[in-house]
Design a protein around this ligand. Structure first.
Ligand code: PLP
Length: 338
């Protein structure tokens, strides 16, 4: 059995989650007849103080639907250069929505209201139209960095005043919430839409949820179908999501503590440098040459630990539900004697 720090997507359903899935009541969700999917959507909408929500097969689809519904072709979305929607969604913003990106250099993926406002383009015929701002919380490529509520409020104020839509890629939003102590409703109030992943740290096998206003979700449901994401008896998956929200949120703190402890160890390792500050469950650092990611990862694998390269000289560790405190101790031991 490997200790898998590659991603928080690798978790397997727990016995309790499997039991919840097994006993789910299901129906055909394309006909809106799956009571468990509806229950998950209502639960999420309520949690964030919004009117409606939509279960999606992936976080990528949830984000791509949001981009599509919030924009028209020839618009542009303002986001950080590290954004998942720019880096890791295959350029889907251009493919599905016919829009451009206006990339900003935030601090570890975190934008400020001033940067956002300065990036909004004037309404000239020859310029793309700035109609949407997307922030990522926590920011994956930023090392699990997170927004404080005040910054979100300030960006929200800019968006409302300048009439731009405001979407949060909240794939790991609950990781941020357990650290800041903010409630989902406090975030929901500032956003036009939010996507959350059930299949990351929350430990569900599949699924994301897009949250927003009634009219937004109504259109999102049509776009989901057009993308091929209308599914049938998804109550089995939605049940895993409900279970995850009820049982796996508070414990995210343990993942953060484990990541912090590994980071502390790395500070004493001569072969590790530029260790990014750990705010949640992601730890990014560089290797000192001549040590390369390929060599480091191979050595680590021989010790039973998996991780991934995140750049020519960069390594990423992600802690999650299937990495216990004891496993973290083992990782720390191996790193200390590397
Ligand atoms: C994982 C992730 C997504 C969506 O990923 P899927 O693999 O499509 O579910 C979106 N945004 C961020 C920041 C992510 O880390």
């Amino acid at each position: 059995m490997f200790i898998n720090l590659v991603s928080d997507t690798v978790t397997k359903p727990t016995p309790g989650m499997l039991q919840a899935m097994w006993s789910a009541e299901v129906g055909d969700d394309v006909f809106r007849e799956d009571p468990t999917a509806t229950a998950l959507e209502e639960k999420c909408a309520h949690l964030f103080g919004h009117e409606a929500a939509l279960f999606c097969p992936s976080g990528t689809m949830a984000n791509q639907i949001a981009l599509k519904v919030h924009t028209r072709p020839l618009d542009e979305v303002i986001c950080d250069e590290m954004s998942h929607i720019y880096q890791y969604e295959v350029g889907g913003y251009a493919f599905h929505s016919g829009i451009g990106v206006n990339l900003l250099k935030g601090e570890n993926g975190i934008l400020s209201a001033e940067m956002v406002e300065a990036a909004i383009k004037s309404p000239f015929d020859w310029l793309p139209k700035s109609t949407l701002v997307v922030i990522e919380n926590t920011c994956n490529k930023g090392g699990g960095s997170m927004y404080n509520l005040e910054t979100i409020r300030q960006i929200s104020e800019v968006c409302r005043r300048r009439q731009l839509a405001f979407h949060m890629d909240g794939a790991r939003l609950f990781n941020a919430l357990v650290e800041t102590g903010n409630t989902p409703a406090e975030i929901g109030r500032e956003m036009d839409s939010i996507s959350i992943c059930l299949s990351k740290g929350l430990g569900a096998p599949v699924g994301s949820v897009l949250i927003g206003h009634q009219a937004f979700i109504k259109e999102a449901r049509r776009v989901r179908k057009a993308m091929g994401g209308g599914m049938r008896q998804i109550g089995y998956l939605a049940a895993a999501g409900i279970y995850a929200l009820d049982n796996h949120v508070v414990r995210l703190k343990e993942d953060h503590e484990n990541a912090r402890r590994i980071a502390e160890t790395l500070k004493n390792c001569s072969w590790a440098t530029n260790i990014r500050p750990v705010q949640t469950n992601i730890l990014i650092f560089d290797l000192v040459a001549p040590l390369t990611p390929a060599l480091f990862l191979e050595k680590l694998k021989q010790k039973g630990v998996l991780a991934s390269a995140f750049g020519p000289q960069t390594i990423r560790f992600v802690t999650h539900l299937d990495v216990s405190k004891e496993m973290t101790d083992t990782v720390i031991e191996h790193l200390g004697s590397f």
